[in-house]
Write a protein that binds this ligand. Structure first.
Ligand SMILES: Cc1cc2nc3c(=O)[nH]c(=O)nc-3n(C[C@H](O)[C@H](O)[C@H](O)COP(=O)(O)O)c2cc1C
Length: 302
């Protein structure tokens, strides 16, 4: 069974990716997860250190997943370059550095430093729904286009654009990113949402809004990947609500070349990667697929 997939110029040993924001800050965790995944995505990194939003920042929802309003806490790129260098020495998976900015030039600067430090690719987080000033990059096709284009002009490594489901038409933004030269699209980031504590009688997040992730958003994410596959020719990384192999296979059939797992790690533990990988292999055996590449976009054929 051939699980390898090509995502732009990168070759992944299997289609699984650790998504941005979940354990994506420490060399030790990257090292532990790397045998099971094709790629690791870091927490989103900005130009300078950010503490993020005040607590509480994560609310677990029974069965559905999580709402988080972290507000992009991160140590800043000047510190993080050492993590990138160290991780590269220790892992057997591609390293995708997620970057964000409040201005286009910040994306360019941070992405440039990530490349210099040895990142295999960058993912532009255009779409964090609870950080005002960042979410906007995914809401306007012209802004998304300009940001991707400016980063592409500077970098040699692949540039992926991470899209928001919180738009009228995700394909319009995806097409703009492709036109700007993006080497791939990651879909989706969390769904803008909120949580009201009935005893406090008010929203729990100081920031009011959070991002919903986990099983509740999976069907929505599959729809986004399916529609993007019809619109663009660049690789798509499907993210949202994968907790078992069926969710991953569904994304691949919809058109994803690789599949990110975030909340699934919280709900199922680190073994989620091994279980999903084994499940994909069994499915391929049962259904007569030799290579994962044969399955990509298969649902469009019927
Ligand atoms: C606690 C938490 C933190 C996250 N932080 C980031 C982040 O820094 N950058 C980013 O692009 N996405 C971030 N995400 C979004 C995930 O990468 C992913 O797109 C989303 O959660 C949907 O996938 P999932 O259902 O598998 O978690 C975060 C998600 C969670 C739950």
């Amino acid at each position: 069974m051939d699980l390898t997939v090509n995502v732009s110029s990168l070759k992944f040993k299997n289609p699984l990716i650790l998504s941005s924001g979940i354990l994506g800050i420490s060399v030790a965790f990257f090292k532990r997860i790397s045998p099971y995944v094709g790629a690791l995505t870091t927490k989103s990194i900005g130009k300078i250190e950010r503490k993020g939003n005040p607590n509480p920042v994560v609310i677990p929802l029974d069965r559905y997943g999580l709402i988080n309003s972290m507000g992009l806490p991160n140590p800043g790129i000047n510190y993080f370059v050492n993590v990138i260098r160290e991780t590269k020495k220790k892992v057997d998976a591609s390293l995708i550095v997620s970057v964000f900015g409040f201005e286009e030039k910040e994306y360019v600067e941070v992405a440039g430093k990530a490349e210099e430090a040895g990142a295999d690719a960058v993912e532009l987080n255009l779409s964090c729904p609870h950080t005002s000033g960042v979410h906007e990059f995914s809401q306007d096709k012209r802004l998304a286009y300009e940001t991707v284009k400016n980063v592409k002009e500077k970098l040699k490594i692949p540039v992926f654009a991470k899209l928001s489901p919180n738009v009228t038409d995700i394909t319009e933004i995806g097409a703009a990113c492709e036109k700007a030269g993006a080497d791939g699209l990651t879909a989706i980031n969390t769904v803008k949402s909120m949580y009201i504590d009935v005893w406090m009688k008010k929203p729990v997040f100081q920031n009011i809004y959070g991002g919903l992730s986990g099983p509740a958003i999976h069907p929505l994410a599959v729809r986004c990947v399916y529609d993007l596959y019809k619109t663009v020719s660049i690789p798509i990384i499907g993210v949202g609500g994968v907790i078992d192999w069926t969710g991953a296979v569904e994304f691949i059939l919809a058109g994803a070349r690789a599949v990110g797992i975030g909340t699934g790690v919280y709900l199922k533990g680190l073994e989620v990667f091994r279980n999903v990988k084994n499940g994909i292999e069994k499915y391929m055996e049962t259904e007569g697929f030799q290579r994962v590449e044969e399955m990509i976009g298969y649902a469009h054929k019927q």
